[in-house]
Design a protein around this ligand. Structure first.
Ligand code: SF4
Length: 700
């Protein structure tokens, strides 16, 4: 059989690389798509190994009810009936959906529509809450809307790239490769990394600031005051207040002391930032995953607004997202704190008019951590979890486990037969996996790309959007008669334009009447897309050129049309270290694994990079607490204990530990670090503080 090539998108990180998947004689191979504007043909180690992960071993291939194989009719009737009964008896807020940045935009759209427009609750939240909701909240405060203003090309144009709380070399490798390649082309280009750990990214930096955990606001307030002292001014609202608050940090020596660094390093960074007009500041989970996450985001954006470094080539603050479709999910209302199409709850009537739905949620729903707390209290009595494994990934994960075990009704849609979460479901719904899915995703630079199926649906598996629509119809709701992801996408695009009048930047008016053929052949393109005519006349790539940078005109989707600086007051982590728990536990990713390893563990070459869970310890801490390099150690917090291999490294900041998030009960006994992480959250975004849990370490 001749080879068939399908253009699709990588399902891992928010870089959103284009992939050419080739099927020949039932064998799958992948290569980077040179025509995709985000990766230009490159793939990282995870993307390159995608073909290793598409086998059917471990797949969930049939519906199950109470542990027994069931028909689709029986399984879907059970979900519809149990949700219906609980809603009738206890009201719409007694049920919830917990979804995922692994869902495609079309899946997300119908799940959100069902919960907010038909069930009438906003209790739908996503695991994206755990990685980028602080960026969402910071964007809304500063710009009026959740908008990333720049594009990857800005990272190449910039004379200075500042990476904050981001091990980009491991977690967004193709973006990092683009920065490095640009630096090789222009040796004057500088790279600064701000991270408590000396990561692989920090190793390649011109300047590394190993700040104390949780002191990002201290540093960026110090920078804001310094920039103002150097003559930067702004007539934007709140600029004066933000600068006045920032001046409370004192001089550079005081900033350095607060951040646990030497003054020369801080001074070098401030001077470089002040002197470099074309600066991009990239931030990721190290900023977002904090009880002060939203303030940290605004402290960074403040420095760009004060110096007018936004909307220009090579100048912007840049949130880089963790998951392949965290952005698409944000766009269609996957977060409980918004409706759909970036419309807030003040626009509830508008959304209800568009959907012509029987009801509409008028208040924000429960955010991820709150949602599982409400399940534990018995207030939420039925939950439908889609494409995520919260019993590993949530903080205080053992509480989430207890909550699910006590929950009256748990439905799980997943492609895997066994995960920590799947094993606690009353009804299991077999969902399509990456190679079988068709729809769209949006990456960190606002580019919408097609994911296209290149393998047949195995067993009885179905697409997530199809499963959700079927349940909605069985609950008696109209409005879910979609026959394809293209039909859902058209409705999503139309909603973004409905009564928009320029109030929101997210506008896909030009895609609202795409034919099925247009959708099938859709090239990657960046939102906003206002006009079909322009799209067709110019071609997708040209439209993308027009929308690369936003806010160049200084007009923002706020009530006064201006961007806003936010005065932010530095504060430490929610839970401080103590004599009993003297170390700050930080969790994060490794280069070659993804989330809870259901896919990447299938690849021998990926698993070989780091074969077992570990804890990084500074040499003085290793000596102090009696743990040896290569030996096993018990890492404990008030919530639990993990047993992991010790790596003693001077790259780990003294007083801190790092343990990767991936391993779970299936792959290593007692290595589920989510069970150890404290559930403190940012009061604005609800994002958990994964980067700072007081902990102890001892030999095991
Ligand atoms: Fe996939 Fe991200 Fe790697 Fe690109 S950088 S190949 S999107 S994991």
């Amino acid at each position: 059989m001749s080879a068939v090539t399908t253009r699709t998108t990588c399902p891992y990180c928010g870089v959103g690389c284009g992939v050419n998947a080739v099927v020949e004689n039932d064998a799958v191979s992948v290569a980077g798509d040179a025509a995709h504007p985000s990766n230009l043909g490159s793939l990282c180690s995870k993307g390159t190994a995608l073909a290793d992960t598409v086998g059917l071993d471990g797949r969930l291939l049939h519906p199950m009810v109470d542990g027994r194989r069931a028909s689709w009719d029986d399984a879907l009737d059970e979900v519809a009936a149990r949700f219906g009964e609980i809603i009738a008896e206890h009201g719409p807020d007694a049920v919830a959906f917990y979804v995922s940045g692994q869902l495609l935009t079309e899946d997300y759209y119908v799940a959100n529509k069902l919960m907010k427009g038909y069930i009438g609750s906003a209790n739908i939240d996503t695991n994206s809450r755990l990685c980028m909701s602080s960026a969402v909240a910071g964007h809304k405060r500063a710009f009026g809307e959740d908008v990333v203003p720049g594009c990857y090309e800005d990272l190449e144009i910039a004379d200075l790239v500042v990476l904050v709380g981001s091990n980009t070399a491991w977690c967004h490798p193709v973006v990092y490769q683009r920065i490095v390649a640009a630096q090789e082309h222009d040796p004057n280009k500088k790279l600064v990394v701000i991270d408590p750990r000396r990561t692989a990214t920090a190793e390649g930096a011109d300047l590394h600031l190993p700040l104390a955990p949780g002191t990002d606001v201290h540093l960026f307030n110090g920078l804001l005051a310094y920039l103002a002292d150097q003559g930067s001014t702004s007539d934007l609202p709140d600029a004066e207040d933000a600068v006045a608050e920032a001046r409370n940090m004192g001089d550079i020596a005081a900033v350095a002391a607060a951040c646990g660094m030497d003054a020369d390093t801080v001074s070098a960074f401030f001077e470089l930032f002040a002197a470099t007009e074309r600066t991009v500041t990239v931030f990721s989970q190290g900023v977002n995953q904090s009880s002060a996450g939203t303030d940290k985001v605004n402290a960074i954006i403040n420095c760009h607004l004060l110096t007018d470094r936004i909307g220009k080539p090579g100048a912007c603050p840049f949130s880089i997202t963790g998951q392949p479709n965290a952005m698409g999910g944000r766009e269609v209302g996957g977060l409980s704190s918004t409706l759909a199409a970036h419309i807030g709850f003040d626009g509830a009537d508008r959304v209800q008019r568009f959907w012509d739905s029987p009801t509409i949620a008028r208040e924000p729903g429960l955010k991820a951590v709150e949602l599982f707390e409400a399940i534990e209290r018995g207030e939420v009595k039925a939950v439908w979890i889609m494409a995520t494994n919260p019993l590993v990934s949530l903080p205080h994960a053992d509480r989430a486990k207890r909550a699910l075990e006590a929950c009256e009704f748990v439905a799980v849609s997943d492609c895997m037969r066994h995960t920590d979460t799947v094993d606690r479901a009353h009804v299991l719904l077999p969902a399509a996996a990456w190679a079988e899915k068709s729809g769209t995703v949006t990456n960190s630079e606002r580019i919408i790309s097609r994911q296209r199926a290149f393998l047949p649906m195995p067993g009885a598996a179905r697409a997530d959007w199809d499963i959700v629509c079927d349940v909605a119809r069985r609950m008696g709701f109209d409005g879910f008669d979609f026959d394809s992801p293209a039909a859902i996408f058209r409705e999503h695009a139309a909603l973004t334009a409905f009564e928009n009048d320029g109030q929101r930047v997210l506008n896909l008016d030009g895609l609202a009447d795409l034919s099925d053929d247009d959708y099938d052949t859709l090239k990657p393109l960046r939102w906003p897309v206002h006009s079909t005519q322009a799209l067709r006349a110019a071609g997708a790539m040209a439209v993308q050129q027009d929308s690369r940078r936003l806010f160049a005109d200084g007009v923002y989707p706020t009530s006064d049309g201006k961007a806003h600086l936010v005065a932010v007051t530095p504060r430490g982590p929610a839970n401080a270290v103590s004599d009993q728990w003297p170390l700050a536990l930080n969790t994060g990713r490794v280069r070659d694994h993804w989330h809870t390893m259901t896919r990447t563990a299938k690849s021998a070459r990926l698993a070989a990079h780091i074969p077992e869970p570990f804890v990084e310890v500074h040499p003085r801490d290793a000596e102090r607490y009696g743990v040896a390099d290569g030996a096993l150690a018990a890492v404990s917090t008030t919530l639990g204990e993990a047993h992991v291999r010790v790596i003693v490294t001077a790259g780990q900041r003294e007083g801190s530990l790092f343990v990767p998030m991936h391993w779970n009960d299936q792959f290593a006994a007692r290595a589920r670090v989510g069970a150890l992480a404290n559930p403190a959250v940012c009061p604005i975004s609800g994002e958990p503080e994964f980067k700072h849990t007081p902990a102890a370490i001892a030999p095991f």
